[in-house]
Design a protein around this ligand. Structure first.
Ligand SMILES: [Zn+2]
Length: 342
């Protein structure tokens, strides 16, 4: 071996060690970047799932995408305090400023952190989502100021006396939900999106492209999803819940099944739901099964002409009886039953 080849070997080894260092420190960084509101999970190089932690003020999941020279954040949580941690971690993980913020739909737990990203970021949503935010937020905040403090006290009392671990975990989520509201109402500044679109929008970064597509009437009047074609990753917002009952009472289940079937036509390796852990397209199949099963159940109950008391006694069908947010099952059932009866 001559000195030249050993020099090349040395340079090669140094490069290899440096790359290994970057890789390992990147992974550790992802694990160390913590907040009491959420956990960080790497979905691909430069793409992160931000998953709500029980008791935290995030409530929904969020996503972070390094576009190359700038960063995109998908959904901004229920409380500005949790969103501030999201902003900090987005910059730490990518080394780039947050330039784009996406609101998947108008529900409070996906939009209330918007204000912490201003003035530097551009907030993007569908045109309908912006209208719904402008119309609903002031009313909802006023109503919440009325009922949230009392509900929080009630939930804390229930938590103290509850012995079932699964119910306790669910109560902890709702305590975080109402606590976040009560604590943030004084500082909340409704911050509407700056840019809106109707069907689809592409954001071209130097490193990757992020595509936004609208899906109407399924979960709310207007929802959007984010797709990363190179990584085959979808951020599905609340069109998809994983391991927990979805919230169906603000949409239309026929449209939701159509939306989910359409989502299935995308080439998907990983999917980040609005609530729950990261999954695959099999989780979209399971959500379709859930909605179809709920529809059949409601049809059967309507044929039997059940009373509202009997409706309260209906058991959650398998395999969904192990899912979290069981209170959403009851809520969905009532909503769908009343819509069916009309
Ligand atoms: Zn929602």
């Amino acid at each position: 071996m001559n000195s030249n080849s050993s020099l090349i070997d040395k340079t090669f080894m140094n490069t290899l060690l440096f790359l290994l260092f970057i890789l390992v420190s990147g992974c550790l960084y992802a694990q160390n970047s913590t907040s009491k509101h959420f956990k960080v999970e790497s979905m691909s190089e430069g793409v992160y799932a931000i998953i709500h932690s029980p008791g935290g003020y995030a409530i929904c999941n969020a996503g972070i995408v390094n576009l190359g020279e700038e960063t995109l954040v998908f959904d901004t949580f229920l409380a500005p305090g949790a969103a501030l941690d999201l902003l900090k971690i987005a910059v730490e993980l990518t080394g780039n400023p947050v330039k784009y913020v996406i609101n998947s739909h108008y529900h409070n737990d996906h939009i209330r952190g918007n204000q912490v990203f201003k003035p530097s970021a551009t907030i993007i949503s569908t045109a309908v989502t912006r209208e719904l935010m402008a119309e609903n937020e002031p009313k909802e905040i006023l109503q919440e100021q009325e009922y949230a403090p009392q509900r929080l006290t009630q939930l804390k009392q229930e938590y103290e006396t509850e012995t079932d671990e699964k119910t306790k975990k669910s109560l902890l989520m709702w305590i975080g939900y109402f606590e976040a509201m009560v604590e943030s109402h004084a500082i909340l500044k409704t911050t509407l999106p700056d840019v809106t679109f109707s069907k689809s929008l592409s954001i071209h970064g130097s490193q990757r492209e992020a595509q936004l597509f609208t899906f109407d009437l399924g979960h709310t009047t207007s929802d959007l999803i984010l797709y990363l074609p190179a990584e085959k990753i979808v951020f599905a917002g609340d069109l998809l819940f994983i391991g927990m009952h979805p919230y169906l009472a603000d949409g239309n289940t026929t449209h939701l099944v159509q939306d989910l079937m359409q989502l299935k036509t995308f080439d998907i390796e990983k999917v980040l739901p609005g609530h729950g852990e990261v999954g695959t397209s099999q989780d979209i199949d399971l959500m379709i099964k859930y909605v179809n099963q709920m529809n059949s159940l409601v049809e059967r109950l309507a044929a039997q002409n059940v009373s509202s008391e009997e409706l309260e006694q209906v058991h959650i069908p398998e395999p969904f009886d192990s899912w979290e947010f069981s209170n959403f099952f009851r809520l969905n059932l009532k909503f769908m039953f009343n819509s069916y009866a009309r």
